[in-house]
Design a protein around this ligand. Structure first.
Ligand code: NOJ
Ligand code: CA
Length: 680
């Protein structure tokens, strides 16, 4: 450890307060931790200006005295890390972890005292800190009623925030708000804002394990308090003996895209605990899915049943012909008839409908080189799911399935569990109980070499590093809202998600709707509010190691030229760079494919999307390797394209380019550009 790089001071002032300071490796970010007035607190500055003012730390408990006032700094340790690690799949293969750390211990003498440590890490792109509460007398059974962590935003009256409400019935599936920060009510994280100096900040958490999710409550104007989603009995978190909390994270950047080009969430998670994960497979899939959302087919049995053996074979043929790895089949199992939305008790996860022959489809898929992708909708009855989980995963493993999409459709606060005494309890999707339940499914699935794509999930906090079979999740409004949502996703939705939800991790958004006219075009119908070129750009912009081609096969066959991009684009990357963008306005990404399967590892891709405003963005191609020549295969909005009435106007052209070129991307209203740079 080179202490010279770690600016750490202990100063005694007149009030005998102690202070610890830690700076980021590039010295732009500085965290100050103090016990002034015997109340532990911290502040954060960026480029010598405060971003977070003095903010409280601590806890309140049901049984024990609070960890609030009267605590002073009794120990300080420091550390410095400069290392690299490899992702089995991801936005980039190699992740750099470079940070300075200070761990500050606060203590108060007994009786009614205690001790705890707060570990702070300063990275160039932000800050992480967590509580570590050691084993101590009187703290055998702990019920946390409140975490006292605050984020007091500097000059909050001049900041703009982008956020969705927390503790709502629709979980994370809300249209994002753009408001003065002071108008943000109880909000989910990632909570992104821009302060008076134009500095972009996003508050979130990393490694949420055996704890309640943190949402932010603006109790006083400008001061966001950590608010832990409680159990049905009102307790926030239940622990025994020593415990650590998830990392509270504050990403900080001069520009909006700096938030995206940061790996602190992953770096604050623990390394892979699963060992060899070569069985976790990124890839592309189609599925018996969109037809149900636009009412062409049904999940339940009957004439319009989507999940038939015959229909699945048709999808498997299509997948094999056009290079998809898997076919998702929803509605294959007993329980969908009747009001499945409100009755998860009746789902069987092992018994198929009569017209779905799982053994035959396993055989057929193996012959075609296409895998069945499993589906388990619980409708929020997690006890019913838990009781069948082992058998259900074993059945899928036997059926050559390597990926399952799970679903927890239920109103927020309405997850049904049956407790040890047989009493029905209702929990939140983001309380400690469900945090553990989701992870239980991941760990059990790993034993069967299955990857999980969770819908209606707990938010992502980077656990894919530790459990790489947690391959994707929903956790925001996906494409499905364009089929039936009120309203459908607005044109700014994607450039909004890029700087908010997507900071947390991959999303199974399900891009690629080619027929937007299922209810007619125009501005007032349910449909994707985008151009066709923007649907293609989603494959590069919305990172996920698994990407669906969500539309019906016939709609791809009707537009073969545009469909070519979906066939070409990979889902695993050697490198990813957010090149330009503003929150909710536009965003441009470049990504280089990672060598695997049919991908040589030489091509680059670009995706650009805009909100309701048409715009032209000049992009320097200096991310390409100098001296190398590429054929740019460009899929862009045509001259007459605008999302409302002429979304299909697309222009596909080829150009020879090198790193010295600049491309002028002309995006229509809610338009986009998708480019493959083919190395030649
Ligand atoms: C909601 C999921 O997001 C969607 O993809 C799925 O089709 C339905 N639940 C039914 O499971
Ligand atoms: Ca959903």
């Amino acid at each position: 450890m080179r202490l010279s790089l770690l600016l750490l001071v202990l100063i005694s002032s007149s009030s005998f307060a102690k202070q610890a300071i830690v700076e980021s490796p590039n010295k732009k970010i500085k965290i100050t931790i103090s016990d002034q007035s015997s109340a532990p607190h911290y502040s954060i500055s960026f480029n010598n200006k405060n971003v977070i003012e003095n903010s409280s730390l601590g806890f309140e408990f049901k049984q024990q005295a609070a960890f609030d006032e009267g605590f002073t700094i009794t120990n300080i340790t420091t550390n410095q890390v400069q290392s690299k690690w490899q992702q089995p799949w991801g936005e980039r293969q190699t992740v750099v972890d470079h940070h300075n750390e200070v761990a500050v211990t606060f203590s108060k003498s007994s009786p009614h005292g205690g001790t705890y440590t707060v570990r702070f890490r300063a990275f160039d792109s932000g800050v992480g800190f967590r509580y570590e509460v050691p084993k101590q007398e009187g703290f055998e059974d702990i019920e946390i009623t409140k975490e006292l962590t605050e984020f007091a935003i500097t000059a909050a009256d001049k900041a703009t925030a982008w956020w969705i409400p927390a503790r709502g019935w629709n979980r994370y599936e809300y249209v994002y708000n753009t408001t003065p920060l002071q108008d943000a009510a109880l909000a989910h994280t990632p909570f992104t804002f821009k302060n008076a100096d134009g500095v972009h900040v996003s508050i979130h958490e990393a490694a949420l394990v055996d704890y309640a999710a943190m949402v932010l409550n603006q109790r006083r104007p400008g001061t966001l308090q950590a608010d832990l989603t409680p159990w049905s009995d009102g307790i926030a978190v239940k622990k025994q003996g020593a415990f650590t909390t998830p990392w509270r994270t504050v990403q900080i950047g001069e520009k909006a895209i700096d938030l995206i080009n940061s790996d602190i969430i992953l770096n604050l998670n623990e390394p892979n605990k699963l060992g060899d994960v070569s069985w976790v497979k990124p890839g592309k899939y189609v599925g018996i899915w969109w037809g149900m959302h636009i009412n062409e087919t049904t999940w339940g049995s009957g004439e319009k049943h989507g999940a038939t053996t015959q229909n699945t074979k048709y999808y498997m043929d299509f997948a094999a012909q056009y290079g998809f790895d898997g076919v998702l089949v929803e509605g294959w199992n007993l329980g969908w008839d009747g009001d499945w939305f409100f009755n998860g008790d009746v789902f069987s996860f092992t018994q198929p409908y009569d017209d779905f022959d799982i053994a035959e489809l396993t055989r057929y898929g193996q012959q075609k080189g296409v895998q069945l992708i499993g589906h388990h909708e619980t409708s929020g009855n997690v006890t019913n799911y838990r009781n069948q989980m082992e058998d259900a995963y074993a059945l899928y493993e036997k059926s050559n399935v390597s990926q399952i999409k799970t679903g927890y459709v239920a109103d927020g606060g309405n997850i049904k569990r049956i407790d040890e005494n047989g009493i029905v309890r209702k929990e939140w999707h983001d309380g400690q109980f469900m945090v553990n339940e989701y992870l239980h499914s991941i760990k059990l699935a790993a034993k069967h070499k299955l990857s999980i794509n969770t819908h209606e999930p707990i938010k992502d906090t980077g656990l894919r590093r530790t459990y790489p079979n947690w391959i994707a999740r929903e956790g925001a409004r996906g494409q499905e809202f364009n089929a039936w949502g009120t309203p459908p996703n607005p044109p700014e939705h994607i450039p909004m998600l890029a700087f908010t939800r997507m900071l947390a991790g991959p999303m199974d958004f399900t891009p690629g709707i080619f027929d937007m006219g299922f209810n007619g075009l125009g501005a007032d119908t349910n449909r994707p509010q985008t151009t066709l070129a923007k649907q293609l750009a989603l494959y590069v912009v919305m990172y996920s190691p698994i990407q669906m081609a969500a539309d019906l096969p016939r709609n791809y066959l009707a537009k073969p030229d545009a469909f070519q991009f979906i066939q070409d684009v990979p889902t695993d990357w050697q490198q990813s760079i957010a090149l330009a963008g503003e929150v909710g306005d536009y965003v441009v990404f470049a990504r280089k494919e990672r060598k695997r399967d049919n991908y040589s590892g030489n091509d680059w891709y670009l995706g650009a999307v805009t909100d309701e405003h048409a715009r032209t963005i000049d992009i320097k191609l200096d991310f390409l390797e100098p001296g190398k020549v590429f054929e740019a295969q460009i899929y862009k909005d045509g001259d007459k394209a605008e999302w409302k009435n002429t979304p299909y106007d697309i222009k596909i052209e080829q150009r020879i380019v090198t790193a010295k070129d600049t491309l002028s991307l002309k995006l229509a209203t809610s338009g986009g550009t998708a480019i493959r740079f083919k190395a030649i």
